[in-house]
Design a protein around this ligand. Structure first.
Ligand code: NAD
Length: 294
């Protein structure tokens, strides 16, 4: 079985690496944070001294890092030292331009690569049910698919280099906008004397139905598993939503797309974050829209 290097063992990377170990792969991991390495070790990951040591004997390298600059810096370090023909998979959420640069670094060293960001959060990472959105050549995707399987519920080949990142930020722009729409409707319902449950019962089976309502309802009660029922503990932190919305706006600007609701959602999440809510679940924006200080 292939040896996999896993670089970036944070909230997402650690449970993803654990699922690869469970599937029988030898996983050699590295992270800058010692506590994350301790957790990785408990999951059966072989901890390496640095990224270059981790990739030296690996057939596949997976990165799960905060942003484009981290991915490009790690790729510059590891690509010249990776095993001949090793497959590079970047699952971080990063801007499309950096993703394409990462592919170019890999290609310069004769390494196949895909961008494969995920949706499904830490719950999906632990359960092995993430949705992977992949960009890259048919051959690179075919090689990556069996590696991704133990971590995935669904794997979609979206197109060429950067297409996975493009799909991810378009999806999350829908999510940010739809959450604000659902939250606004609940705030209006409150003012009109309509109960949360009544609005939910109607909208969840009517044309207002969407994931932000039926899976992630921003008021406590109608969907018991949603973060609203646990004081908006994430879940999906508002800081990450803001990050993804900013990526969508950068992409819109460079591609010449007009996205006024995406721009407005970015501004509202920036304000929500600035009021000390970066660590709260993004559905907590309902409190901000209501004018609550919580
Ligand atoms: P995290 O901050 O918990 O993990 C990132 C890890 O990368 C950290 O442990 C950090 O120490 C490590 N790191 C940074 N630079 C490094 C380097 N040069 N070498 C080795 N390690 C390095 O973040 P996360 O929540 O795991 O998210 C990772 C990526 O996944 C992000 O791009 C995020 O946007 C995306 N994502 C997160 C979620 C989520 O719900 N958390 C969902 C989907 C996608």
């Amino acid at each position: 079985m292939a040896t996999i290097a896993f670089i970036g063992l944070g909230n997402m990377g650690n449970p993803m690496a654990a699922n690869l170990v469970k599937a029988g792969y030898a996983v050699e991991g590295f992270d800058l944070v010692p506590e994350n390495l301790t957790i990785a070790k408990e999951h059966g990951v072989t901890v390496m001294a640095n990224a270059v040591a981790a990739v030296k004997d690996a057939d596949v390298v997976i990165t799960m890092l905060p942003a484009g600059k981290h991915v490009l810096s790690v790729y510059e370090d590891i690509a010249p030292k990776a095993k001949k023909g090793a497959l590079l998979i970047d699952s971080s959420t990063i801007d499309v331009e950096s993703a394409r640069k990462a592919h170019a670094i890999a290609a310069r060293h004769g390494l196949p690569s895909i961008d494969a960001p995920v949706s499904g959060g830490t719950g999906g990472a632990t359960a092995g049910t993430l949705t992977f959105m992949a960009g890259g050549s048919d051959a690179a995707f075919a090689a990556a698919e069996p590696i991704l399987k133990p971590m995935a519920g669904r794997i979609v080949h979206c197109g060429g280099d950067g297409a996975g990142q493009a799909a991810k930020i378009c999806n999350n722009m829908i999510l940010g906008i739809s959450m604000i729409g659902v939250a606004e409707a609940f705030v209006l319902a409150e003012k009109l004397g309509l109960s949360h449950q009544a609005l939910f019962d109607v909208a969840s089976t009517s044309s207002g139905q969407c994931w932000s309502l039926t899976t992630y309802c921003p008021v406590p009660g109608p969907v018991p598993a949603s973060p609203a029922n646990r004081d908006y503990k994430p879940g999906f932190a508002a800081a990450l939503m803001l990050k993804d919305l900013k990526l969508s706006q950068e992409a819109a600007q460079s591609a010449g797309a007009v996205t006024p609701l995406g721009a407005e959602a970015t501004q509202l999440y920036a304000l929500f974050n600035a009021q000390g809510n970066a660590g709260a679940d993004f559905s907590g924006i309902i409190n901000f829209l209501r004018g609550d200080q919580s």
